[in-house]
Design a protein around this ligand. Sequence first.
Ligand code: GSH
Length: 278
Amino acid sequence: MFKTLSLNDQSQIFDEIQHGVHLFHFDFSNCSQRVRICLIEKGIDWRSRPVNLLLNEHSKEWFQKINPKGLVPVLSDNGNIVTESVDIIRYLESMDTTSPLQPKDIEALDSMNAIIELADGVQSEIKLLTHYFLAKPQRFIVKMTLKKFSDQHGNSELVKFKRRFANNEFTVSEVQEAIDSMHGKCRLLEACLTNQEWMVDSGFSLADVAWMVNIHRLDLMGFPLTGYPNILAWYERSKERRSFQEGLVDYEPAMIMIFFRITKFFTKTKNKRLFGFV
Ligand SMILES: N[C@@H](CCC(=O)N[C@@H](CS)C(=O)NCC(=O)O)C(=O)O
């Protein structure tokens, strides 16, 4: 199941990514989910380049040569490297206009961009909450591999985050702060979805692509979304799209989903008492 790249595969990759669209991604990464959904929505042919974060493949030299930040997703379009999921989805939009995902109207375009920025701006909250609520059992593996990871990975911020995670240093107050911040964003989105089906009045757009994966992640961890009926209705509409199934659900490994359910079962009472999670 966990196939790693041989040295031969690695050097071949640099040649291969000079032609066509390639995505370096990880099944469960929400930023990777965002880009896969966009590729599917736009009907762009792409080649999958899995980078297994659980096996720390992103700390390998070959990958950090492609993205010095050592993070997924990374897009290569005929060798042109694009990083940052929101920049990638905008790049994809500029590549192909047969199925446009952005409005023509300038005002609507401005709102779409503001909503995308909002999605981008909560990545650190999503990351903290994911690790706190879903990834806890993984902590011991991270702890065991931390020394090697910190020797190999050049992104000091990521190494610091992993160290705090491994040492169980996330505090209840910082988790609460992240939750409060997410409630703030949910209130904005709830208002924006009043009397409209999609985030931007003109129809389904990159703004929806950017948020689908974040709301899905909050839902997975039991974040209380019941106070946001417009978001819930929008989320149901989003889940019906083929791109949601093929770009997200089909990549959620059954083993990890079972893992999450078990984690949730054992932490349910505590998370409900401390944070009002469901
Ligand atoms: N702002 C970046 C964030 C990229 C990012 O943080 N990627 C995560 C996965 S979602 C990653 O590579 N994490 C490595 C790790 O957790 O070890 C984006 O939107 O692409």
